[in-house]
Design a protein around this ligand. Structure first.
Ligand SMILES: NC(=O)C1=CN([C@@H]2O[C@H](COP(=O)(O)OP(=O)(O)OC[C@H]3O[C@@H](n4cnc5c(N)ncnc54)[C@H](OP(=O)(O)O)[C@@H]3O)[C@@H](O)[C@H]2O)C=CC1
Ligand SMILES: O=CCCC(=O)O
Length: 363
């Protein structure tokens, strides 16, 4: 496992998480993107590639040096303009990228079109018109449909192009999509994100990537516009698995935090004080400080829809099952999210899971 001591500063703004053999060479790594997709020079990366086999993981901090509009003449597609897709595509547009958007519900594209985005009426036409296409879809079913279905992304893509799926799906789904995309001669990268609506708006997402390394290198400047860091984790499936593990932990944390808020209130404590106490101690987490105050008021403004958190727990439990790893806490949490969903809270923020612990919902 890489440790903090292997975090080396490679340039003013880049950090590499490297094995000790790679550390010395990393200092000359500086990704640049100054040509269109088909003619991207790989020489910029030659210093780091010989060491790729010895990397346990590679991460880098976002760099503003690669976000100049004149360096970003690659035609970028974006499929799925929802809570996350909208701000991610918007940040690409703001950075001066040539962006073409598509969404099942076309009206969600309209504000982006007025900000300079182009529009195509199908995923197939987006991938045909663009060099690299990102997709941010709800779940495995929609991700497969948009990538592989009728007029899907795979129909318009081909050699020299790339497809980057940033949706949260399971490894099997990601491999299926990868297979369809790569059978056309195109490249594939999975790149699910950690971070919610606000980090997406602020360009502060964390990308968990896996798949074609050359595509990872090509799209890194775009990841750096949308995010604050990126991890390259190897084979397709590893990014999906990492994302599911992270969200499994998050879903369980939110469920137990909900129990704590309600218990504190039941025994006559002020839950606002609980939030303050938690924020100062070893279990402090931004999520508790951000969501606690609204949860106490029974308000759940949606950043991360509860239905997606339940989907992620379901997929994480499937992952655990596949390797016979016991996950009883996550399994219990999943039941709470299912209860909340069955009471019509699927489109509320996932913090609405607290409602499933209130007496009125349990009767
Ligand atoms: N919100 C968050 O905090 C985060 C979400 N994620 C993940 O990112 C993904 C997107 O999340 P988010 O933006 O919040 O979700 P939304 O529900 O806001 O957006 C979902 C997107 O998927 C599209 N979609 C759904 N079903 C279909 C379908 N059958 N065919 C075509 N398009 C479809 C929607 O289109 P339409 O507008 O027409 O419904 C919309 O563009 C999910 O996988 C989620 O787990 C990851 C990190 C954080
Ligand atoms: O998948 C959603 C993640 C939300 C977050 O990381 O805050």
């Amino acid at each position: 496992m890489a440790t903090a001591s292997s975090l080396v500063k490679a340039t003013n703004t880049h950090y590499c998480l490297l094995s000790s053999t790679a550390m010395a060479t990393c200092s000359s790594f500086r990704p640049q993107l100054s040509h269109r997709f088909r003619s991207i020079p790989t020489s910029s990366f030659s210093k780091i590639q010989p060491f790729s086999a010895s990397l346990r993981a590679f991460s880098a901090q976002a760099s503003s040096s690669t976000s100049k509009a004149d360096e970003l003449s690659i035609r970028v597609g974006f499929l799925g303009i929802g809570i996350m897709g909208y701000p991610m595509a918007q940040n690409l547009i703001k950075a001066g990228c040539d962006v073409t958007v598509w969404n099942r519900t076309k009206s969600k594209c309209d504000p982006l079109i007025s900000q300079g985005a182009k529009y195509k009426p199908s995923p197939e036409e987006v991938t045909a018109a663009c060099d690299v296409t990102f997709s941010m879809l709800a779940d495995p079913e929609s991700a497969v449909d948009v990538a592989c279905g009728n007029q899907g992304a795979a129909s318009g893509i081909g050699p020299g192009k790339g497809y980057v799926d940033v949706s949260t799906v399971d490894a099997g789904t990601s491999k299926l999509i990868s297979g369809e995309i790569k059978s056309t001669g195109a490249s594939f990268l999975e790149a699910p994100v950690s971070g919610s609506k606000r980090p997406a708006e602020d360009g502060q997402l964390i990308f968990l990537t896996a798949g074609d390394k050359s595509l990872y290198e090509t799209v890194s400047p775009f990841l750096d516009i949308m995010g604050k860091s990126r991890f390259y984790l190897g084979d397709v499936g590893n990014g999906a698995a990492m994302k599911l593990v992270v969200n499994m932990v998050m879903g369980s944390m939110m469920a137990t935090f909900s129990e704590g808020l309600l218990l504190s209130e039941r025994v006559g404590l002020d839950p606002n004080v609980l939030v303050e106490v938690v924020s100062q101690g070893a279990i402090s987490a931004p999520m508790y400080s951000l969501k606690g105050p609204t949860m106490i008021k029974s308000q759940y403004p949606t950043a991360f829809p509860l239905k997606h958190q339940q989907k992620d727990l379901r997929l994480a439990l499937g992952l655990a099952e596949s390797v016979s790893q016991p996950t009883p806490i996550a399994a219990a949490a999943n039941e709470l999210y299912k209860v909340a969903k069955s009471h019509g809270l699927g489109d509320d923020d996932f913090s609405a899971v607290i409602e499933s612990l209130k007496a009125k919902l349990q009767s």
